[in-house]
Design a protein around this ligand. Structure first.
Ligand code: LLP
Length: 437
């Protein structure tokens, strides 16, 4: 998919770059991002919205993969940006991302984070709870500013996805519940706070969702709520944000819809619900993360050791693992992979791919068909663009890999591999523990 193909040498090529060359130049493990595919995904969303004639913003959920070069891509493709921490906000600002197109999320924004975002004049705060409403109003007052807000609501929709990443149901740490009247109270409160300008509501029902039904239901709930607010409080919402969560194909059997289909389902539902109530059509915002960068990412590893347990299993270990991709260990996520230096050869054995961390749970792929694997082979694991680099750690003091963008035969380093100095860079040895002499 994307610009991936197998070249004459039988090597995997991405963005016109032979990945065996990338391994030589940048080392492994290496995250490779197919820039053209990222742009294509962004354009699919934008094109689908343009077709509707509605006003919209596609905010890239930077939590999926937030580095300065990615913020530049997002801006070039006309997207807005969703950030959830001071670190993501800082990254976006350093990359020169236009502050007015930044939306700030999170269920526990600190006063320092709010202040930082206020000073930068970001476009919108997505307020999660009553404490934050008061805090934001107070800090905005100190700065003599009025800020745009959305209220995050939980519509009571449970999308079929992993428990830890579904968020739209009532029992969730996020947002104001529509069902029990909390969201209505929140609107009342927000309307009474002078520094806050209420633009509308936000709902995010989960992640890696394949059906449109959950989004339709969320729109119904949000529309009914908006109509209730108009009737009782005489306030209308100019913006409705439906969050992200659009699924991608990781392995055979994953059946995501074309991105435009999700957009159409959402916009059709909005048009239907709001028009029927004679409600002015709101601007629609969405926040895709995974579906922008997920399938554009590939992680390249070098095969090291192996261990064959006859009649049981053959383990093949690579030079990375849960430190660069914690998703299999966290969510039992599945991935596909090929031997990148022998991509044309037929499969001869079934192996399980282990990482190099000191725990048994550090497995990347179980039961993978590969040609006879040898030490020094390169393994390419696909669809690692979202929530991999973003969730990488230094467990076992392993250095985080480099990230390259590839495009038209050119590879550009966008994150350097961590150095040993990075590893000990923040360590301090108290005087009493220092080595004498
Ligand atoms: N908007 C909000 C409010 C979110 O919480 C999220 C994801 C998104 C947008 C983007 O969702 P996406 O389009 O990427 O599905 N670490 C997990 C995923 C956690 C998603 C958290 N929120 C994973 O690796 O699967």
């Amino acid at each position: 998919h994307g610009t991936s193909r197998i070249n004459d040498k039988g090597h995997l090529e991405i963005g016109g770059c032979d990945v065996t060359d990338l391994a030589k130049e940048f080392g492994t493990p290496l995250y490779i991002v197919d820039e053209a595919l990222v742009r294509q995904r962004a354009q699919e969303y934008v094109a689908a919205f343009r077709e509707t004639g509605l006003r919209f913003q596609v905010a890239y959920a930077s939590k999926a993969f937030c580095v300065m070069a990615m913020c530049r891509l997002a801006e070039e493709e006309g997207m807005s940006l969703d950030v959830v921490s001071d670190g993501e906000l800082y990254t976006a600002l350093q990359a020169g991302f236009p502050a007015e197109r930044i939306h700030f999320h999170g269920n526990n924004k600190t006063p320092e984070e709010i202040e930082m975002a206020l000073k930068a004049n970001i476009g919108c705060f997505v307020v999660d709870n009553f404490v934050e409403l008061q805090l934001l109003n107070a800090i905005a007052a100190d700065h003599g500013k009025q800020v745009n807000i959305l209220l995050r609501v939980t519509p009571g929709v449970e999308a079929h996805t992993h428990d830890y990443i579904s968020t739209g149901q009532q029992d969730s740490k996020f947002g104001f519940d529509i069902g029990n009247g909390t969201a209505f109270e929140a609107v009342k409160t927000a309307l009474g706070l002078p520094q806050l300008k209420l633009l509308g509501v936000h709902s995010h029902i989960g992640s890696q969702i394949f059906e449109v039904e959950g989004f339709r239901m969320a729109v119904e709930k949000v529309a009914a709520f908006s109509i209730e607010v108009r009737a009782k409080l005489e306030a209308t919402f100019p913006v409705i944000n439906l969050g992200g969560g659009f699924g991608i194909r990781y392995v055979e059997g994953d059946k995501p819809l074309p991105l435009g289909t999700y957009v159409k389902a959402i916009t059709d539902a909005i048009i239907g619900e709001f028009t029927a109530a004679d409600y002015p059509l709101p601007e629609i915002w969405v926040e895709p993360g995974r579906s922008i960068v997920g399938d554009a990412g590939t992680t390249l590893y070098t095969v090291g050791t192996s261990k064959d347990i006859p009649g049981v299993r053959k383990y093949v270990a690579v030079d990375g693992g849960m430190t660069d991709n914690p998703r299999p260990a966290l969510y039992e996520s599945k991935y596909e992979a090929v031997l990148a230096n022998r991509a044309k050869e037929t499969a001869e054995e079934v192996v399980s791919i282990a990482g190099k961390c000191c725990e048994s749970g550090d497995m990347l792929i179980w039961d993978l068909n590969l040609p006879k694997v040898q030490s020094g082979d390169l393994l390419a694991v696909f669809c690692t663009g979202a929530y991999n680099y973003a969730m990488a750690s230094n467990y076992n003091r392993i250095r985080r890999p480099a990230v390259v963008f590839v495009r038209d035969g050119q590879a550009d380093l966008v994150v350097a591999r961590e150095s040993y100095d990075n590893i000990v860079g923040n360590d301090l040895i108290p005087a009493r523990l220092r080595k004498q002499g």
